[in-house]
Design a protein. Structure first.
Length: 274
């Protein structure tokens, strides 16, 4: 995480509060203009390596506002990613969230110069993976009806990305891999620490269980009459008899039903011993 901390110090100088609000708002405006101009604005903003090298350098940044679809369902995705981005920014802080998103954008740009074209489609998808990793036990209502934990949706989301990776072209695989690499840089080290901590905890618990069976602990209470101990019956109560001369302990069954012990040795007892 030292690398991420160094990037945080760099990004803190220009971090944008409510970053996803402006990204999704810009994408929504581009979507509206595209509807009335047959995609003209997106054609002017999307990432194209050849056009950038010819001087249209604004495409290095403006491609993040290009909507991934011309369908009305994309509006739902705008609201969805705006909500996730806002929650993550509140949980991580403005600087850390900006670091995550802009590092993903930078990686996408590098991949774009390598394959010729790129988008933030998969970067935005990893935002949900980040949300699921940060709030695994929170619940959402699937289709507004079925409550389900976010970690299970995150697993489903991850499986969907893997399927897309397998079926995609080489350029698509590079784009997906770059976005996932950004996610792993932020959550991989923390995940490994958690797994190591769980492994050590489980090992300690196993050692304790083994010690319980291998170490013989002497009982504390024992009935003078029947010999029962607290290990034989954890619910059994034990008491000392006040009439017996000496420290004689009895279970609840024999505390009132036993022969009292005396330090005076009777002649009949001596004869029995002899």
């Amino acid at each position: 995480m030292k690398l991420i901390d160094k990037l945080d110090r760099l990004v803190s100088k220009f971090a944008v509060r409510d970053l996803m609000k402006y990204v999704m708002l810009g994408s929504f405006l581009v979507f509206l203009v595209d509807m009335t101009s047959n995609g003209l604005l997106s054609a002017f903003l999307y990432f194209n390596r050849n056009l950038i090298l010819e001087g249209q350098v604004w495409r290095v940044l403006t491609f993040i506002f290009v909507p991934g679809s011309s369908s009305f369902f994309v509006i739902i995705s705008f609201l969805f990613y705006f909500y996730i981005g806002r929650v993550l920014e509140m949980a991580w802080g403005t600087t850390r969230f900006n670091t995550y998103y802009f590092l993903g954008v930078l990686m996408s740009v590098i991949a774009g110069f390598f394959i010729g074209i790129t988008t933030t489609y998969y970067l935005n998808m990893t935002l949900f993976l980040a949300y699921a990793a940060t709030f695994p036990d929170s619940q959402v209502n699937l289709y507004f009806v079925l409550p389900i934990k976010v970690k299970f949706l995150g697993l489903l989301y991850g499986a969907f990305i893997v399927v897309e990776f397998i079926s995609a072209t080489m350029a698509g695989r590079i784009a997906i891999g770059v976005s996932l690499l950004n996610f792993l840089l932020f959550f991989g080290p923390g995940f490994m620490k958690v797994q190591n901590r769980r492994s050590k905890t489980q090992k300690i618990r196993r050692n304790i269980e083994v010690a319980k069976y291998t170490t013989r602990v002497q009982s504390i209470h024992k009935c003078t009459t029947c010999g029962i101990t607290e290990k034989d019956d954890p619910n059994m109560e034990f008491r000392y008899c006040s009439k017996c001369e000496g420290n004689y302990e009895y279970c609840e069954k024999h505390i009132r039903n036993h022969e009292h012990k005396s330090k005076i040795i009777q002649m009949e007892d001596r004869r029995r011993e002899s």
